[in-house]
Design a protein around this ligand. Structure first.
Ligand code: URA
Length: 194
């Protein structure tokens, strides 16, 4: 199966993932699942937490206020969104944008694992503490887990890719003065940009 077909299979399974309460809510509210977007051959894969309202309305990851900050950070290192792949751990929106629950992360995590397996990125750049903790734990780096305030902007080597935990772009939405810190962290990705 080619990458496109494999990703479509992930999408189809998420669409009918009715054992998940968040999927049931999505159907009830008329929202869309948010699978991911970008190049299936991306060397850099960004992983956020969960779709917000804008994302669940459009089916696209990071298309609201946090997405605008993400675009600014990508521009800072001359990286086009089309060259990377952007996904979340959860594919369905938690109500009222609350934090993902551990059982939700457990339910949706295997979809993300398959996406990583399909794309085979050189770098997995996590956005926020939930995706950092998930990816580090899942890929054998649990002994390196620290608060995101300590891990951000550092490189960790997993078996098949480098993990770079980054702050969530929402940090720049709530406090614009933090954008310079976010930009500085993004500069670490430059060495992976062709
Ligand atoms: N926050 C996330 O973590 N992901 C999105 O797609 C949007 C906002």
């Amino acid at each position: 199966m080619d990458k496109f077909a494999e990703m479509k299979k992930v999408r189809d399974e998420v669409v009918s993932f009715t054992e998940s309460p968040l999927c049931q809510l999505r159907i009830k509210e008329g929202y869309l699942p948010v699978i991911g977007e970008g190049s299936h051959d991306a060397e850099i894969m960004f992983i956020g937490e969960a779709p917000g309202k804008n994302e669940a309305e459009t089916g696209r990851p990071f298309c609201g206020a946090s997405g605008r900050v993400l675009d600014e950070l990508l521009l800072h290192i001359n990286l086009d969104r089309k060259e990377v792949y952007v996904a979340n751990i959860l594919k369905d929106r938690p109500p009222l944008n609350r934090d993902p629950k551990p059982e939700e992360i457990e339910m949706y995590g295997p979809f993300l694992d398959r996406q990583i397996e399909i794309i085979k990125p050189k770098v997995v750049a996590t956005l926020g503490r939930f995706s950092a903790n998930y990816v580090m734990k899942r890929y054998g780096l649990d002994f390196e887990i620290e608060p995101i305030s300590s891990m951000h902007g550092k490189k960790f080597q997993a078996e098949h890719f480098t993990v770079i935990p980054l702050f969530h772009p929402a940090v720049g939405v709530y406090d614009a003065s933090r954008k310079d810190d976010l930009k500085k962290d993004f500069e670490i990705l430059k060495e992976f940009v062709k």
